[in-house]
Design a protein around this ligand. Sequence first.
Ligand SMILES: Cc1cc2nc3c(=O)[nH]c(=O)nc-3n(C[C@H](O)[C@H](O)[C@H](O)COP(=O)(O)OP(=O)(O)OC[C@H]3O[C@@H](n4cnc5c(N)ncnc54)[C@H](O)[C@@H]3O)c2cc1C
Length: 634
Amino acid sequence: MENINRYFAGEVDVVVIGAGHAGVEAALASARMGVETLMLTMSLDSIVALSCNPNIGGTGKGHLVREIDALGGEMAINIDKSFIQSRMLNTSKGPAVHSLRVQADKKKYHMEMKKVIEDQPNLRLMQGEVVDIVIEDHKVSGVVTRTGGLYKCKAVILASGTYLKGMVYLGEFGYSSGPDGMFPSNLLSDSLKDKGFNLRRMKTGTPARVHKDSIDYSVMVVQPGDEEVVPFSFMNEDKDLDREQVPCYLTYTTEKMHEIIRKNLHRSPMYAGEIEGKGPRYCPSIEDKVVRFSDRDRHQVFIEPEGLSTKEMYVQGVSSSLPEEVQMEMYKEVIGLENVKIMRPAYAIEYDAVDATALKRTLEHKDIGNLFFAGQINGSSGYEEAAAQGLVAGINAVQNIKGKEPFILDRSEAYIGVLIDDLVTKETEEPYRMMTSRAEYRLTLRQDNADLRLTKKGYELGLVTEERYQRTLNKEKAVKEEIERLKNVKLNPTAEVNSKLEELGTSHLKTQISLYELIRRPEFDYEITSIFDPDRETLSREIKVQVEIQIKYEGYINKQMIQVEQFKKLENKKLDQNLDYSLVKGLSNEAVQKLNSIKPDSVGQASRISGVSPSDINVILIYLEQMRRKDLSQ
Ligand SMILES: Cc1cc2nc3c(=O)[nH]c(=O)nc-3n(C[C@H](O)[C@H](O)[C@H](O)COP(=O)(O)OP(=O)(O)OC[C@H]3O[C@@H](n4cnc5c(N)ncnc54)[C@H](O)[C@@H]3O)c2cc1C
């Protein structure tokens, strides 16, 4: 670590390193919970930079955004202010996978968030590169900046994204850099390595940005936004988001393009073996697609606007690290891009990430007190995944400082719980992207009920405002009352009722039923039954959605709640994180090695560690019972 003349620059409670999606949520949470917070970042002009796709949400990711909002985070409110197109995905499927996905105006998203940070009491924002984290007696005590500032503090949250030892690759050209031409963060990486942190290389890539006027839209399929826009934030009404939307466009790659790629694969740093880091499986580069899906003669490409005040268009689906020279040729072979003008070439970035299994489910390091890690540095990929981790790290830094209970969400409570549990329990080789298929209890973890699941918790933490809390209580009450009312609105098998049912093409009533029971019929929903319900009051879309889902999926939801109870049994069997598993007789060697390295905090978490078998779990349960009896007998 090069010698830097330090000067005492100040003392705060929490220092957040990085103003990306993770850093910002961490800093706002910490400041809103009442502690003095300093956020240091390489450039104030890249606060919450959307360095890759210009959209927020999508399958699984939309759920995270709603949960962040329900807990009092900022991402949903910020995107509601800066979206330029909105679509609800998967509406033909069940509510568990309905996911909001919106296009962001990148500049506006940045500016709106910067305003919120600048106006936030207890939060100081400063441009500066952190080059060292000061650790005394296995606990953090401060940070040092490149310009010599020593900031003393009680907790540090490191959210450095894709900057640590950032290396950008375009074919044979590889150079030290952060994303979008920003400086990399090399000195901090060296300092972490010197301190013995286990860092590994990861990689991600992004496509080119091309000029709007160089595209032939006439050969593409227009992808408009939804007519009815649903807010991401529970604090917004539909009418608050009424604005003009801009379209995206669907087009395709061609066999000719695939040919160019195959001919130049040897010049791709990925295939030439120059990049050691693993890339995100679910955001493959175009090279990967052409190699992995060689039977396909075309791949979908979405042309997405980057904002209202720019002519840059994002070419979704064609991220690459091939040489610029090849990119100039290959992008022209996308249908409609024959005359395309590239404004920013595609590139891949390789960066240092920590081994997240060294972290607790609070995202605190297991061996260094009050040092938290959040975001891409933990091996995840995506703005939403980063923001969710930042929020949890920020909350727990404050809980630690205030000597309060750690804030942990488990897999049955939130997608955030699934995300963090997966990161700290399962060794991820490649950047981790959230998907609904990762959540075993997804029917109860829907995006529409995130507030009913989490807002109370945010309120108890002091993060959620009184207004938001009351709003959620009112919604909960209104849903309960309406369901109760529908149970008491009886329909009799009269001629009038049966003729209306006939008009609707469904079977006659033979006995009296309630509207509640009628709504459960597959061919019915809450809206259709209004013809049998003259006293019905007008309720908000949000409440109607809740009523309908809770009625129609009651059986499945109840079944899932029974599974959740089972899950909680093992989750509540706590394990001492200092236990030496070599002392537990009957465990397999692999289990002893894995358990001693990951130090699970519960039997439930232990059961999810790869290499720990069900019989190992039985051995642990027997061991716990023996210890319990031994304690009782003493
Ligand atoms: C090229 C590229 C391609 C991507 N592709 C995808 C994709 O396909 N799919 C997807 O889901 N996501 C993708 N992403 C990832 C997405 O951008 C990140 O997941 C997200 O930005 C992570 O948020 P974060 O807060 O962890 O880090 P970032 O948003 O990267 O923010 C990190 C912040 O830390 C600051 N910082 C770093 N080091 C220091 C230091 N030493 N001192 C002070 N400040 C520091 C930086 O200035 C920055 O503000 C891509 C990102 C890049 C760059």
